[in-house]
Design a protein around this ligand. Structure first.
Ligand code: MP5
Length: 216
């Protein structure tokens, strides 16, 4: 593993522990998660991934030339992922239209977009790495503790397959290259954004488990 990615993960250890012990993941693994709770996550994550497209597009507009092909590939992977959501939502009778983004989903998407627009490419890339690494580790935790034949297997597979693991490894090594030679104050800013992203990821599982809605 790359040095800077390792430094980030060390700093984020406490948040990671809270994420990997979250009841949403435990209930998904042991089969006790209520259907409605998982369906609520599907609806919110579909909205999240939809809004990830403009986030990636803004990063693409700032990417160094050598990283453009990778970002074009990420965009089409997101489009395929939305199709995976639609297919599985249809087979489980989950409505994907006319869903209101929860406060957490909305806030997290706004944070991503604002970081892509207002911060450096390296800072935006750090946020991308954090979000993808949390998903890899979270779904791996589900996969490794799976006690049942899960109705939600397609989602588990989506973020634990070999291709996705390689993608997250590539993000880590590319992040290390981007961090090389950067002054400490810039690295600290990247670290801060990494931790904020991880905290939003924790909130996203909490939102899903509690089926968060706007109070008024
Ligand atoms: C991802 C996601 C992973 N789908 N949802 C949240 C809340 N965080 C991270 O991103 P992707 O693009 O689906 O791999």
């Amino acid at each position: 593993m790359s040095n800077f990615a390792k430094r980030l993960l060390d700093r984020g250890q406490e948040i990671w522990d809270a994420i990997l012990n979250h009841r949403f993941l435990k209930m998904t693994a042991d089969g006790s998660i209520p259907d409605q709770t998982f369906k609520n996550w599907i609806q919110q994550d579909y909205l999240f991934v939809q809004e990830a497209i403009p986030f990636i597009a803004v990063l693409l507009s700032k990417a160094p030339l050598n990283l453009r092909p990778a970002f074009i590939e990420i965009l089409s992977a997101l489009d395929r992922e939305l199709e995976m959501f639609r297919k599985n939502a249809a087979s489980h009778k989950v409505e994907l239209e006319n869903v209101t983004p929860s406060p957490t989903c909305y806030g997290y998407n706004q944070f991503l977009l604002s970081t892509a627009h207002n911060n450096s490419f390296a800072e935006g890339f750090t946020v991308l790495y954090a979000a993808e690494k949390v998903y890899l580790d979270s779904w791996m935790e589900v996969k490794n503790n799976l006690k049942i034949q899960s109705p939600w297997q397609a989602f588990i597979d989506n973020w634990t397959n070999a291709e996705f693991q390689q993608f997250v490894d590539w993000l880590a090594s590319t992040l290390d290259e981007l961090a090389a030679g950067k002054p400490e104050h810039e690295l600290r800013k990247m670290e801060e954004l990494f931790l904020t992203t991880a905290r939003y990821e924790y909130l996203f599982w909490e939102m899903a488990a509690s089926e968060e809605t706007w109070p008024v």
